[in-house]
Write a protein that binds this ligand. Structure first.
Ligand code: PLP
Length: 625
């Protein structure tokens, strides 16, 4: 537990069982319901599902939706707040149909709605958010078609809020609303002065990409007044960035927004809703700090700061409490899915065996290195280390000058790595470890080769150094002895994960277990349900992963069933998206094989087998078997 901090980042959903396997506790209100992840994986293996694969726990998704809504409802009641909570889920955070369906279903009793940030997302929201009491909030830049779609939604009695991000959208909206004879439901997004904290802090401030300045808000109000549409202005929106690491940013934003809200209301703008956007953070590294991958607050604290903040400021200004809308995405979905992959090999700098036997006439550097090894004992760690580093350098220089053979270089390197291993073996016995020697375990660390693509499955780890928890699925009752980094199977040296949860700060290596021959070693990349699930790209044409959706039983707390299997990309699928025609490609290869048959270079039977093999590969999974 100390190594991987499962309980710290797991938000109550993950634990380690006595058998050393990861346990999933998918229902926040039923701690007795436990799913053994290794059992899920074994069932997948038995049914022939290939890895890497995404495992989704739909109960976690439901739990998060319920927790958010209940926390707001309870806090509103406790605070005697006059408004209601009407949250929306931002589709962009995970657009998968099954995710959206589950969220809409779990949220229906709370009138929990959807947020769309583009035309395609609005088209999805129109079809899936059919509850007429929940909101559909429309953000993002809008063209005429986008606005027409929104007005279509209003015509079928949906609560569609068109949030104005840019002044020019307002003019388009007014013209179309008149043309189609629909009373719009308008939100104004305000550019906030308060800065968010964390990687997305540029979402606020004067140079923010979205929103209206205060002057533009006042002009918008004036324009709508002239058009007799003042009644349509119902919502004030702000969003100061995703993954807000510091609660102070939220407190400050609530303060600023409530001043804007109350002054507008006092001027006669009939605002009824305040939308606080997204930003509720996920504690990916379990440190409960203001690290980029963490946050220094809980859901309860976040909700209380919003509800009590608006209440206090509105009471002071003697204006009604607005209904509260929030657009939390990351916190709703991050926990419910994880990527499971198998370690398929090890790349080790000191893993090669090479004979270092003495030969007559060898270079003295090799002789010196060998003597260093012979004289090594507990009294001379540091001296041996210093001398070996120097001899290795000398060997390289001698090689560059052409006075050292390849064989001699291989011998020096082999002894050097053996010495480092020997020193590392004694380090734990030392009461004081000299600074230079502390680096040895990292120098000796392995790279575990895992069958997945960072670009597809953990894009933010590569793009913005996001820390995602990485934990072996089994053997958690054994001390992990090997320090590793993780490399993927893409042909790119960037295709690796080297940001892990460390004891104090982010670590470049993670302790993992020694691989055992004949035994699968599965590792999970956790908390991938927000953004990672859907942002991945087609680097190396690996494509989407196989997926299983796991659900717990009501009557058996230890059992589960796989509700759905979604097949990942086949080679044929990914090639087609890149404009290839797989059937034609098979024909092209067949033609060449036929030519070789005619020339007598390939036997007809072998030719048939070759083309069958090519066609089978077209249909198969893109990842390694
Ligand atoms: N709303 C808007 C306008 C956003 O831009 C975002 C994401 O940045 C969100 C909601 C979702 O934010 P989060 O995932 O941090 O909850």
């Amino acid at each position: 537990e100390n190594v991987y901090r499962v309980k710290r980042w797991g938000n109550g959903y993950f634990d380690i069982g006595d058998n050393g396997n990861i346990q999933v506790i998918p229902r926040y209100d039923q701690p007795g319901v436990k799913i053994d992840m290794r059992e899920v994986i074994d069932e997948m293996v038995d049914s022939g599902i290939e890895f890497p694969a995404v495992i989704r726990f739909h109960d976690i998704l439901r739990s998060q939706v319920e927790l958010l809504n209940k926390t707001f409802r309870d806090t509103i009641e406790e605070a005697q707040y006059q408004g209601k909570y009407l949250g929306v889920f931002p589709v962009k955070v995970n657009q998968m149909r099954e995710v959206i369906e589950e969220i809409v279903d779990a949220g229906s009793r709370f009138n929990y709605g959807l947020e769309a940030g583009s035309k395609p997302e609005l088209i999805a929201a129109l079809a899936y958010n059919t509850n007429q009491d929940s909101l559909t909030i429309l953000n993002g830049y809008k063209d005429e078609e986008y606005i027409r779609l929104a007005l279509l939604g209003l015509k079928i009695n949906r609560k569609i809020v068109i949030v104005i991000e840019k002044f020019s959208e307002l003019k388009k909206l007014i013209a179309l609303a008149k043309q189609l004879d629909v009373q719009p439901f308008i939100g104004l997004r305000v550019k906030m002065m308060v800065k968010g904290r964390g990687k997305w802090e540029s979402s606020s401030g004067e140079r923010a990409k979205f929103g209206l300045s205060i002057a533009e808000i006042l002009n918008a109000v004036k324009l709508l007044e002239q058009e007799h549409l003042t009644d349509a202005i119902k919502l004030l929106h702000f969003h100061i960035g995703s993954q807000l690491t510091d609660i102070r940013a939220i407190k400050e934003a609530v303060q600023e927004a409530s001043f804007v809200y109350s002054q507008l209301v006092k001027q006669g703008v009939p605002l009824e809703y305040i939308d606080v956007g997204g930003g509720l953070a996920v504690d990916y590294d379990g440190s409960q700090s203001t690290n980029d991958s963490s946050c220094n607050y809980s859901l309860a604290e976040y909700v209380a700061d919003i509800v009590y903040g608006f209440k206090q400021n509105c009471d002071l200004a003697s204006v009604p409490h607005p209904h509260i809308v929030s657009e939390s995405g990351r916190a709703m979905t991050a926990h419910h899915s994880c990527v499971v992959t198998k370690v398929i090999g090890e790349i080790h700098p000191s893993g090669t065996q090479f004979s270092t036997r003495k030969v007559t006439g060898e270079h003295f550097i090799v002789t010196n290195m060998r003597e260093l090894e012979q004289n090594f004992d507990e009294t001379n760690f540091q001296e041996t280390y210093n001398d070996s580093v120097q001899l290795k350098e000398q060997a390289l220089n001698a090689f560059k000058l052409g006075i050292f053979t390849l064989e001699e270089l291989a011998k020096v390197e082999t002894i050097y790595w053996r010495l480092l291993n020997a020193i590392a073996g004694h380090l734990e016995e030392l009461t004081f470890i000299p600074e230079e020697l502390k680096e040895i375990p990292e120098m000796l660390s392995s790279q575990y080769l895992a069958n997945f693509s960072v670009f597809q499955s953990a894009a933010d780890s590569w793009a913005i150094d996001q820390v995602l928890p990485i934990v072996p699925i089994s053997r958690l009752n054994e001390k992990p002895q090997k320090l590793c980094s993780l490399v993927d199977i893409t042909c790119d040296s960037d295709g690796k994960i080297d940001k892990f949860i460390g004891e104090e700060a982010v670590a470049s290596h993670i302790p993992l277990h020694q691989l055992r021959s004949g035994e699968d070693y599965f590792i999970g990349v956790f908390l991938t349900g927000a953004y990672q699930d859907v942002m991945g790209d087609m680097h190396n044409l690996f494509g989407r992963l196989n997926e299983v959706h796991v659900v717990s039983y009501d009557d058996d707390p230890k059992d589960f069933y796989v509700e759905e299997v979604v097949k990942g990309s086949s080679v044929e699928n990914v090639l087609s998206t890149m404009q290839y025609t797989p059937a034609m490609m098979a024909q092209m290869v067949k033609k060449e094989i036929d030519q070789q048959i005619q020339r007598g270079l390939i036997k007809p039977r072998e030719g048939v087998q070759l083309i069958d093999f090519y066609e089978d590969c077209l249909l198969s999974y893109t990842y390694l078997k």
